[in-house]
Design a protein around this ligand. Sequence first.
Ligand SMILES: Nc1nc2c(ncn2[C@@H]2O[C@H](COP(=O)(O)OP(=O)(O)OP(=O)(O)O)[C@@H](O)[C@H]2O)c(=O)[nH]1
Ligand SMILES: [Mg+2]
Length: 237
Amino acid sequence: MVIGAAVAALGSVLFIAWSRYFPVQRRRRRCLACSPATEQVKYLDRQILVLGLDGAGKSSIIHAISTNTTRSSSAPTHGFNSAQIIHQGLRIELLEVGGSQNLRTYWSQYLKNANVIVFVVDSTDNKRLHLARQELHRLLHEAPDLPLMVLANKQDQNTALCLPEIHSELSLHRITGEREVTLLGTSAVSDGAGHSTRLQTVKTLLEERLHRPKGPAQNGANHPQATQCHTSLQNDG
Ligand SMILES: Nc1nc2c(ncn2[C@@H]2O[C@H](COP(=O)(O)OP(=O)(O)OP(=O)(O)O)[C@@H](O)[C@H]2O)c(=O)[nH]1
Ligand SMILES: [Mg+2]
């Protein structure tokens, strides 16, 4: 009888242990199966619209910002070009619409989804800066509130106009209101070891801008006062 009781007690203990252990295993298996769906990261979508005349360097800049590397040549964009970067919960699309004359008529259709306009100019193309100015102001007229970042590209070239000249050629002083305007000199060619430090700074500024709520510029960031020409890319803006 004592042996019978001991066998019964052992059986109960084993049964309890078994029934506790296996549901956990089954639960774990279920969780493993469902984890991809439940752990999906939610991103907020943001868009940077990259515009500018053909040959200004839009594709080269998008490539440098999205890959952290530079490339030595780039084919003209016949329609669109885009790249994506992920930054602290933001999924940021860099969208270029080609800059040739026939594509410029479509630019304004892309303003409604944009959070920032990046307008790229070829600083060596002084014959067409007046055209860049016209296109820029036409755009701004259609998007009164969008923050604007102007990139005076190809600053690695000796013939590049400096920032005060670009500021004046593009009539940036005519931009009124509370729009946030930034003017920076850039180069999409390598400044050593295959990357552009300057464009990494641009990327950081854009990410910061997209994390901030909409609204007027802070800390006097509005309307850059470019007054002197100098050659260093590091001191401008
Ligand atoms: N020296 C120099 N060349 C550059 C720079 N950025 C771009 N380029 C060159 O300029 C040419 C045009 O560059 P893209 O990036 O294709 O210009 P884009 O604005 O995309 O032109 P579209 O697509 O035709 O509207 C290419 O040969 C690039 O290699 C730069 O900062 N410095
Ligand atoms: Mg292009």
